[in-house]
Design a binder for this molecule. Structure first.
Ligand code: 13P
Ligand code: SF4
Length: 376
């Protein structure tokens, strides 16, 4: 759909109050019953999370999509790669057979809700890096691992080349699985998750060269450093988590003695190594829930989640790790207006914003996703 006609269609929704939008979404939920499943990632804004049937981190949401039974429509309040993953898992062959060929439609309420990290690795760049690497080292001895925050085409590449997908909650298990098969790993697109995880497994930084897709040759590395490598990292990062700095940790520790620093593994290594605890968004929430009342926390992950934790846990003292706002601007694009608009369009037989991955890409992505679900 053209951007101008989209803006025109959305305009009436944008002028409604959140209360009115909520009523319209609740009416559709009631009408569609269990046929509709609204999934919300933890970084989503509060009013959207209130509408979600289920909320979770990337791993839990992909499991929910994989296990979904009665539903025929998933409205994914997350970002593009999550909706693609839901489409692949919810429409895998055995599920389609069970449903006699009936597909689950996956809606991404705003098509502009992408992930800047996923956009840092295009399939053409990965393929050309792989070919170039093959001139220096044996690529049959490399397991490619892609973070779930990546386009379906990268997941398919990994599936075809004997590799695996991981999320922030199972990256270590995925890398261990990879080393059990081959002696080297290529990890994309998040260099920080790859480095933080492999470093804790005993791999030193000088065994982890970074491949820069914009470098003129060998990703900016020498032949020798690639030959000596254990994990080849991709030069990608999360624009939200890279904003946390070691001085933020030092400042909060000085101001609040005894504070526990809890970060997401997408944070840079110099912050990650200063933290007391780390984990996926789901694990961060669990750590806070399970801590004794009065625990002081400095949390390094997206702002909406940290603010929600503050509201839901007044018994804990929760600080945001950075003095500046770090929020996922693309996830934030999904609001009640987009959700109501996309659901009403679906109900009225004019579906919009449907995410459907082509069969060949789905087939190979599924291979890599199923390996992940098996090792988790
Ligand atoms: P998790 O949901 O796996 O913690 O990852 C955070 C994230 O960046 C989602 O895009
Ligand atoms: Fe992507 Fe970072 Fe947003 Fe997660 S928080 S969706 S990695 S940009």
């Amino acid at each position: 759909m053209q951007a101008t006609s989209l803006a025109h269609e959305l305009k009436p929704y944008k002028s409604l109050s959140n209360d009115e939008l909520r009523q319209r979404i609740l009416a559709i939920k009631q009408e569609m019953g269990e046929q509709l499943l609204i999934l919300g990632h933890h970084y989503q804004q509060d009013e959207v999370i209130e509408m979600a049937d289920l909320r979770g981190d990337s791993y839990l949401l992909s499991k929910m999509a994989a296990d979904s039974e009665g539903c025929r429509v998933i409205a994914f309040c997350g970002v593009h790669f999550m909706a693609e993953t839901a489409d692949i898992l919810a429409n895998r062959p055995e599920k389609l057979t069970e449903r006699r060929g009936e597909r689950v439609s996956v809606i991404l309420p705003d098509m502009a809700a992408g992930c800047s990290m996923a956009d840092m690795a295009a399939i053409e760049q990965i393929e050309s890096a792989w070919d170039e690497l093959g001139e220096v080292i044996d690529t049959n001895d490399i397991t490619p691992v892609t973070y779930i925050n990546s386009a379906a085409s990268l997941k398919a590449f990994v599936g075809r080349h004997g590799g695996i997908v991981c999320t922030s909650s199972n990256a270590r298990a995925a890398i261990e699985w990879s080393f059990a098969k081959r002696s080297r790993v290529m990890f994309f697109p998040d260099q920080h998750l790859g480095r933080n995880t492999a470093f804790r497994m005993g791999i030193s930084n000088d065994q982890m060269p970074v491949w820069d897709p914009y470098a003129s040759e060998l990703g900016g590395n020498t032949e020798q450093s690639l030959k000596d490598s254990k994990v080849i990292l991709w030069k990608g990062h999360c624009s939200v988590h890279q904003m946390f700095r070691p001085e933020h940790v030092a400042g909060l520790r000085e101001k609040h003695p005894g504070i526990r620093v809890l970060v997401h593994p997408e944070c840079p290594q110099d912050v990650f190594e200063l933290a007391d605890e780390y984990g996926s968004t789901g694990k961060i929430i669990k750590q806070v829930e399970q801590a004794p009342a009065g625990t002081k926390w400095a949390i390094g992950t997206e702002l909406h989640l940290v603010n929600r934790l503050k509201q839901e846990h007044p018994e804990q003292e929760i600080h945001f790790l950075s003095p500046v706002i770090c929020m996922c601007a693309t996830m934030y694009r999904i609001d009640l207006a987009h959700l109501a608009w996309s659901l009403e369009n679906f109900r009225d037989g004019t579906p919009t914003n449907i995410i459907e991955v082509d069969d060949e890409t789905s087939k190979w992505s599924l291979v890599a996703l199923e390996r992940m679900l098996e090792v988790s």
